[in-house]
Design a protein around this ligand. Structure first.
Ligand SMILES: O=C(CO)[C@H](O)[C@H](O)COP(=O)(O)O
Length: 208
């Protein structure tokens, strides 16, 4: 299982700093959606230039114009780009077409889909995405009673490659691996730690 750090910060300076602190322990550097909105696609280019040996994940969360938006992100240097799993099928297929053109990967972000998530995961997988991100966003996580277990259960059922995002911590990462996720995404557990490098190292050390 790979470890992905979500650089959920609002400035390129903060993103470069967090990436630098955690680079020895993570496989994938994710530019969070707010970062891309704040700094633009050139932030993707800057992170890739600083870390050419890492996979750079642009969390575009594209909801329309899939081919155009994915093409822009890949052209800026992204290795992986997200499209909303809830988007129109043609949006997903468009993003996949851009991925094929660049020889890179498209990930369907299943955020906001709760009911019928496993069915939609299987549908988008047939459209050619490389894997799905089973994801509870920050707002969903803040609701009372949220547990990562609902994400893991859908991953076990889906029968396709998946990542997990939404509350991956030192306490939950072992369960994420047991569910056979291909990638664990950690944002707050690293970003909000007193020592982000130590937090990333602690997560990585639990990956078998
Ligand atoms: O994409 C995101 C929000 O839309 C976050 O990067 C992702 O949810 C990470 O969450 P956490 O901070 O719980 O690890």
């Amino acid at each position: 299982m790979k470890l992905q750090v979500a650089l959920d910060v609002a400035t390129l300076g903060d993103a470069l700093s967090l990436a630098y602190q955690t680079k020895d322990y993570v496989d994938v550097l994710e530019l969070g959606t707010p970062l891309i909105k704040a700094e633009g696609l050139s932030a993707i280019t800057a992170i890739k230039a600083a870390h050419p040996d890492k996979l750079v994940f642009a969390d575009m969360k594209t909801a329309d114009a899939g081919e155009l938006e994915a093409d822009l992100a890949f052209s800026a240097g992204a290795d992986l780009v997200t499209v909303m799993g809830a988007a129109d099928d043609d949006t997903v297929r468009g993003a996949v077409a851009a991925g094929k053109k660049h020889g890179k990967d498209v990930v369907a972000d299943m955020i906001t889909i709760v009911e019928g998530r496993v069915d939609r995961i299987r549908e988008v997988s047939k459209m050619g995405v490389s894997f799905v991100e089973i994801h509870a966003g920050l707002d969903e996580q803040a609701k009372p009673g949220y547990t990562i277990e609902t994400l893991l259960e859908d991953g076990r059922q889906a029968g396709v490659p998946f990542s997990i995002a939404g509350g991956v911590t030192a306490e939950t990462i072992a369960a994420v691996q047991d569910a056979e996720a291909t990638v664990a995404v950690a944002g707050g557990a690293i970003r909000s730690a007193k020592d982000p490098a130590a937090a990333a190292k602690a997560l990585k050390s639990q990956i078998r």
